[in-house]
Ligand binder design. Structure first.
Ligand code: ATP
Length: 511
């Protein structure tokens, strides 16, 4: 399927099956804000549970918190967000569309890279089994020319960003002839910085208004609670603090559905370590986080590492886990070694000491931090993109979400074959037994085939059908989503089978 079509289908599917709705749709919608529906919220909660348990239950030294969205405004001054949480924006004068200048350039580089890949594909076809990709990439004149072009633009671009030289950023766009995707013109304004934080007022204006920000990341809530948690939990370094919560960014270009939203959810963990040991822990967390993704069973080729070319001034290593969304490989999670920058800044701005006293070595120090930061909504989208399948079954097309069983919104659908003869009552007894442990759905409307299709479309791994034979010999039919195989099993075995297969520990044990 063409990837663009797949993306459109996923968006439509999310709406049709109660996963995601446009926010305020009744009032024509609010751009880049979305609501999760009845199935979406279940899937999202299951992803959270998987992340939370992987972090806090499987790592003895990681604990969780839930800090407030509003924080003292000086925190955002200390963290650098007030002065530097900016995106460089540029407008096209003909289409009146606004873009992130850096994204325009990155997309342009990606297009050149696509050209390289096309050359490689063509050559691979031409040479067949004898093709040596590495040799081709390092010797073919056209490929080398494209690669050199990418390197030279990248170097200019990084230098311009480092020097905060916005005129130079614009010049790259002009020199490369980058056009507006909507108007096709090169009629650009200059590049300006735009702060992404939302502001609001705390208290009534007459009492003296105080500007506060909606947090653009959850991490700062962890840094400012470092001492509270360390002391009350008697934590010893190394230890981590995890948090799941909403974050807000006034994104300039908010396209691509839930990939880039103005209100979204992050799952972040800050791991506090002894200075000098951060790169060791950085490698450990890189590995742990990639394993977390791979344990979900999605094709490993959909994930790749991206090393940051331009490190933030306080970071000494940074990698992203990118996922191949229908619109290409994009950031899903960031793993950063942030040194002692944040805690130091909070020491300076609060005037309070934020240190760890090591009893063994009898020394005090400001811990270094390795962070893992993943977007919950992007994880949701990655799962849907990988698990949405269209299959030909006879004359029909079956749409199935083959989500990991334990993450599926509904684990078991209980379906009496007909609405009479005592079958609904029998089905209800099964439901009443299972519902304390797992999320079940009871459905008696429409033909059994239609009911199966609806459950496939929301990713329900098991359908249990109750028929007349069930009343005679206490057996039911279990139908498996992925294979569509149906088996007759004793009703009293059911609970054991489905509870075991849908337990989140199946994923956790792989870590
Ligand atoms: P991007 O470069 O895509 O804007 P970022 O590098 O600014 O992302 P971080 O600040 O590292 O992102 O945030 C950590 C994670 O939060 C990201 O990896 C992403 O999964 C998620 N995230 C960030 N911004 C958004 C957004 N606007 N909508 C949804 N998720 C987001």
């Amino acid at each position: 399927m063409i990837q663009e079509d797949l993306f459109k289908k996923i968006i439509a599917h999310c709406k049709e099956y109660g996963f995601i709705f446009q926010s305020s749709e009744l009032y024509d919608g609010l751009s880049a804000v979305y609501d999760y529906g009845q199935n979406g919220v279940e899937l999202k909660n299951n992803i959270k549970e998987y992340w939370w348990k992987a972090m806090t239950q499987l790592n003895e030294e990681v604990v969780g918190i839930d800090s407030a969205i509003f924080m003292h405004p000086t925190i955002w001054k200390a963290s650098g967000h007030v002065d530097a949480f900016n995106d460089p924006l540029i407008d096209n004068k003909d289409s009146k569309k606004r873009y992130r200048a850096d994204v325009l350039i990155e997309d342009y580089l990606e297009k050149i890279n696509d050209k390289i890949n096309k050359e490689v594909e063509k050559a691979a076809k031409r040479f067949g089994d004898t093709f040596d990709e590495n040799q081709f990439r390092t010797t073919n004149a056209r490929v080398l020319e494209y690669a050199a072009k990418i390197e030279s633009i990248k170097a200019n671009f990084v230098a311009a960003l480092d020097a905060n030289d916005l005129e130079k950023v614009r010049q790259i766009i002009i020199d490369e002839g980058i056009v507006c995707p909507v108007s096709g013109s090169r009629n650009w304004t200059e590049v300006r910085q735009f702060n992404l934080m939302f502001e609001t007022k705390l208290g009534s204006v007459s009492e003296g208004a105080n500007t506060v920000y909606l947090r653009p990341e959850t991490a700062q809530g962890i840094f400012v609670n470092y001492l509270n948690v360390q002391k009350t939990g008697r934590m010893k370094i190394p230890f981590g603090i995890a948090q799941i919560g909403k974050a807000f960014r006034n994104e300039i270009v908010a396209r691509q559905f839930i990939f880039r939203m103005r209100e979204f959810e992050q799952m972040e963990m800050q791991y506090f370590v002894k200075p000098g040991e951060e790169l060791k822990w950085f490698d450990t967390w890189k590995e742990k986080r990639m394993n977390w993704h791979l344990a979900m069973g999605i094709n490993p080729e959909k994930y790749r590492w991206h090393k940051h070319d331009k490190l933030a001034h306080y970071a000494n290593a940074a990698f992203d886990i990118e996922f191949e969304f229908p619109f290409g490989f994009k950031e899903l999670e960031g793993i950063h070694s942030r040194t002692d920058y944040d805690l130091n800044q909070h020491q300076i701005f609060s005037g309070k000491k934020i240190q760890f006293y090591d009893n063994e070595t009898e020394e005090s120090y400001v811990p270094y931090v390795v962070e893992t930061s993943i977007g919950l909504d992007r994880t949701f989208l990655s799962l849907l993109s990988a698990c949405y399948q269209e299959e030909q079954v006879g004359e029909e097309t079956r749409v199935v979400l083959n989500l990991p069983e334990c993450l599926a919104p509904i684990k078991v659908a209980i379906l009496p074959l007909v609405k009479k003869d005592g079958l609904p009552e029998f089905a209800r007894t099964i439901m009443n037994d299972l519902k304390f442990d797992i999320n079940c759905m009871y459905e008696e409307k429409d033909s059994i085939g239609k009911r199966y299709r609806r459950q496939d479309a929301i990713g329900t791994p098991f359908c249990i059908t109750v028929d007349h034979q069930s009343l005679e010999d206490n057996t039911v039919t279990i139908r498996y989503r992925d294979t569509m195989i149906q088996e007759r099993i004793p009703a009293d075995k059911l609970s054991g089978i489905v509870k075991e297969k849908t337990d989140i520990k199946n994923l956790l044990k792989k870590l």
